[in-house]
Each structure stands twice: as C-alpha cells, then as structure tokens.
Ligand binder design. Structure first.
Ligand code: ATP
Ligand code: MG
Length: 412
C-alpha cells in the first residue's frame, strides 16, 4: 500500500466519543461566552505570513520554529494559522470594527503548529477562544477570567483545574524587569541550557518558560517580577485580584508565568491541571494592549484567552452518549415500504430511529441491540393489515400491540 495514504504525523481523525467530547467542549464554551455578549467570528485558516510574524524581533517559539508557511501559486507567502488572536485582530482592523468599541468575539477551529507530537500536543489541534477589544480597565480582565472559569466549571472541571495568574506590568515595568533578569541570567550563564542561552540574547523573559531541569534550577533563584512593577501596574494587578476575590474565584499568583507570545502586558493567566503530564495548560490568555497598534490599527487595548479543545476533551468525564434510538423492524412480506414510512414519520416527530438495511428478524434484532435501541417496532404483515404494529421494550422484553394511528402518542 502507498504509505502516504495515512495521517500526517501529529494529525488525527476525530470521530466517535472523542468527537462528541470535543463538540461538547465547544458547545459549552459558546453557550457560556454568548451570555457575556460575545459573538462568533470565523476567520480564514490561512493568512499572509506577516499577520503572524509581524516583526523580525518576534522570538516566540510559534513564530521562530512552529509555523506552517508555504508559497501559493501566485508567489504569496501564506501561513496556516498557529493561533487565533492575530487573525481576529487582522479582521478587526481590515473590516473596520474599530468604530464601535468594545468588540467581543469568539472563535473555534483548527490551528497548526510544527511541534514534536506527544500526548496533548498535536500538529493540527483545535482552539476555542475569546477576544475583548477596546477596554483598558481591569474590569475587562476580571470578566474575561471569570468567563473562562465559568466555562471550565460548566464542563465539570473546576475541581481539576487551577487558575494561575501573573502581571507583566506596563512597558516601563517590563523593561525594568528585563534589565534585572538579564543581569541575573548572565551571572548564571554556564548553568543554562543551549536554548536558554539563545533566548537570553533574543527574549530573556522566555527563559522563565523553560521546562529544562538545568534552567529550572537557575529560574528558582531569579528576581521576582512583582518587585519590578511600578505603582500603576501594581494597582492594576491588585484590582484584578480583588475582583476575582469578590467573585469567589480561587487563583494562585505564579511569578514565573510569562506566556509564550511576545505581545502580552499586564495580566497573564493560565488554567492548568496535573492530570495531563507535561501538557498541563488547558487554557491560557492575557492582555495584549500593544498588538492592534503593532498590526497597523489604532491604540486599542485587548485581552483574550484560548483553550485547547483536545486537552479539555481528554479531561472530560461527562456523559456524551448518543440518544438511544427506536429500531424499526419489518418482518412479513411487503412490510419494507411501511417500515420506511414509519421511520420517516417518527423521525419527523423528533424520535431517533434506527433501521437496518436488510436481514431477517433475528439479524435485525441483533443490530437493534448493537445500536443500543430502547425499543423495537416490529411490523408483521397480518398485524399490519389490521392496522397494528408490535412495540417491544428491549430492556424489559415487554411487548404490546399498538394501532398505527396511536404510535407516536404511544411511544412518548
Ligand atoms: P504549551 O506551553 O503547552 O506549548 P502554548 O503556550 O504554546 O502551550 P497557547 O499558544 O497559549 O499555548 O495556546 C492555548 C492553548 O492551546 C494551550 O493552553 C493548549 O491547551 C492548547 N495548545 C497549544 N498548542 C497545542 C498543541 N500543539 N496541541 C494541542 N493543544 C495545544
Ligand atoms: Mg507551545
């Protein structure tokens, strides 16, 4: 067999229970955020490469090594979207949404990253996310985090997940911290991993994100972000935390949380679990006040989050079984047409109906049980000529005769 007739590494076919779980995650997400006034947007799966790699100084993992870029037949450099925010902000600017602030949008769809595949880490995966544009006050941060928490709670995962939060402060605080951190990392240069030595040159904050043991040892003694926040940034952060306290949402301040993307400021947060090994972050987000301007729009602040739908699905313990069907089983001569008609009528009345496409009574009964049918409607020729069918309860085995005209009532 042609060995190209299989999935590309890191991609999966989603069906059965796994697909139903993923669908439930997205449905709960949509229902939750719509209550907060967020409306769905669908942006293209590919964009001009510049939408994602806005400047050469962008040193995030995504931009430097994970993007699927290709040249199309017209010679344009395009990229399969690795994340949702950039595309939404591009749409916000190019579709002129800046006239009517605030703008509240949510999205769900596939993202693509060239990563090393492992449990909870795929090359095509699904994100559900939200973006709130045009609000600079901490009320936005509080509401957006509360919305994430409510969503996780609706999925029955509130007890499994921890809210971790940090503040990167404004630009002044960020610069001050960077200076202190670089000095400290330089003192410990020899102990750092090769990757972190490189990060130290390009984006030292990212060293704090490292999962390498040798780096972790250095990181544990690093200067703390909170000591570099200026008054305004401290006040902003404290207002966010007070808001969460007020709502009764428990959180843990994690001074090492910096997030992978370069465009964050002030609040950053993650919802994490210890049930997925190293891939423990199920939802992540933060404030990105500089991004719209960086992409050519106005000075519009923004905040948002995205969750990994597959990671949440893996945690989900909810019942996602399908409704049990009713099996329609023709037995006598010339009952096939009537069976078809009954099945059609029942489906249009809202019932789930299963019909085997052939076989005798015994085979069809086996199929009905396999389909987990709750009842079977058995259509025999003699009964039918008297205007009746038999309804059998497949759990109790009980059987009764019902007139065709009473069938829908009788099944309710
Ligand atoms: P990680 O630290 O796990 O690489 P990240 O910081 O790259 O995550 P984000 O860009 O913030 O992740 O994406 C938000 C969420 O999307 C993550 O918290 C995770 O749940 C999910 N996610 C990210 N990358 C992948 C992937 N390759 N496969 C599956 N889910 C992913
Ligand atoms: Mg990543």
């Amino acid at each position: 067999m042609n060995n190209k007739m299989q999935n590309v590494r890191g991609t999966y076919d989603l069906y059965g229970e796994a697909k139903r779980k993923a669908k439930k995650v997205v449905a709960e997400g949509s229902a939750t955020v719509e209550k907060y006034g967020f409306e769905e947007i669908e942006t293209p799966v590919f964009e001009f490469t510049e939408v994602f790699s806005r400047n050469l100084g962008d040193t995030s993992d995504i931009v430097t090594k994970e993007m699927y870029c290709f040249e199309d037949r017209g010679g344009e450099s395009l990229t399969l979207r690795p994340e949702g925010t950039a595309g939404v902000v591009r749409a916000f600017i190019s579709d002129g949404m800046q006239q009517n602030l605030p703008v509240k949008l949510y999205y769900a769809g596939p993202m693509f990253r060239y990563e090393r595949p492992q449990k909870g880490r795929q090359r095509q995966f699904t994100q559900f996310g939200v973006e709130l544009l045009g609000v600079e006050t901490p009320q936005a941060d509080i509401e957006v985090i509360a919305m994430a928490y409510e969503f996780i709670e609706k999925l029955g995962l509130a007890g499994t997940v921890t809210v971790e939060i940090n503040s990167l402060g404004d630009k002044q605080s960020r610069d001050a911290y960077r200076e202190k951190l670089v000095a400290y990392l330089k003192e410990n240069y020899d102990k750092l991993s090769a990757d972190s030595k490189e990060r130290l040159e390009k984006n030292p904050l990212r060293v704090l994100d490292s999962k390498e043991e040798c780096d972790k040892a250095v990181i544990s003694g690093a200067p703390l972000y909170r000591d570099s926040l200026n008054e305004a940034s401290k006040n902003f952060f404290n207002t966010v935390l007070a808001g969460l306290d007020w709502l009764g949402i428990k959180y843990r301040v994690n001074n090492l949380l910096v997030r992978g993307l370069d465009y964050y400021s002030h609040t950053v947060f993650e919802l994490t679990t210890d049930k997925l090994g190293a891939q423990g972050t199920v939802l992540a987000g933060g404030r990105y006040d500089g991004l719209v301007e960086q992409m050519g729009g106005g000075k519009v602040p923004g905040i948002g989050w995205a969750c990994g739908v597959e990671r949440l699905s893996m945690l989900l313990d909810a019942d996602v079984s399908l409704p049990r069907p009713i099996a329609v089983i023709p037995v006598g001569e010339d009952t096939g047409g009537k069976a078809l008609e009954i099945a059609y009528r029942l489906r249009r009345a809202g019932f789930h109906v299963d019909q085997a496409y052939g076989g005798n009574l015994k085979k069809r009964m086996i199929k009905a049980n396999k389909a987990n049918a709750s009842k079977a409607i058995i259509i025999g020729s003699d009964e039918l000529s008297a205007g009746n069918v038999t309804v059998k309860d497949l759990d109790s085995g009980e059987q009764r005769t019902i007139a065709l005209e009473d069938l829908i009532e009788g099944l309710k």
